[in-house]
Write a protein that binds this ligand. Structure first.
Ligand code: V0V
Ligand code: CO
Length: 141
């Protein structure tokens, strides 16, 4: 069902400071920055590696407002790993298959994600405490 780990989402208070840390400490490069109003985040994707099934990234996230998923997470738990995003070939198919196994899919339909991807989240309580994201990358033309 999964092609790769597309990204690991990391919640932080100061996006620019964390970008600078990942660049200087690990030599990673920012390939995209976006504000996603629907998700309540400002985010940056840092490229980690390329594989046969696509690339993998670290996604640094800071909240647009305290009353957002990442804002509440930071208030409760502080900075750290927020979610894991898995690449899937067909997100609608993956959502239906996973819902059929009794896992709550939080989105009724795919949403807009980073770099033109389609995304959907699975409830962390049904995945052993791990907020899990499905990611279908845009088709390469
Ligand atoms: C909350 N909980 C988590 C969690 N966030 N557990 C594991 N990982 C997380 N990230 C737990 C929390 O500890 C509570 O457990 C319970 O869920 C309810 O917490 P809450 O404070 O009520 O939190 P809410 O209201 O934020 O609801 C949690 C969910 C929400 C997961 C339903 O955050 C959500 O819909 N998230 C999906 C959207 C999202 O996260 N977007 C930001 C990334 P106890 O204390 O009751 O045991 S955007 C992104 O990744 C993009 C754009 C992209 O990749 O392109
Ligand atoms: Co994500």
């Amino acid at each position: 069902m999964f092609l790769r780990i597309d990204h690991v989402g990391i919640a932080c208070h100061d996006l620019e400071e964390k970008i600078a840390f990942y660049e200087s400490t690990f030599g990673l490069t920012v390939v995209s920055r976006e504000v996603n109003e629907e998700q309540g985040v400002r985010e940056a994707m840092l490229h980690v590696a390329d594989g046969d099934n696509g690339a993998s990234y670290v996604q640094l996230l800071s909240p647009l407002h305290p009353d957002t998923p990442v804002g509440r997470f930071l208030a409760r738990r502080g900075e750290g790993v927020h979610h894991i995003g898995y690449g899937v070939p067909d997100i609608a198919k993956a959502m239906a298959e996973i819902a059929g196994k009794g896992v709550r899919v939080l989105d009724e339909r795919p949403r807009h994600g980073s770099m033109g991807a389609s995304i959907a989240f699975l409830h962390p309580k049904d995945v052993g405490g791990v907020l899990t994201e499905l990611v279908e990358a845009p088709k390469r033309s």
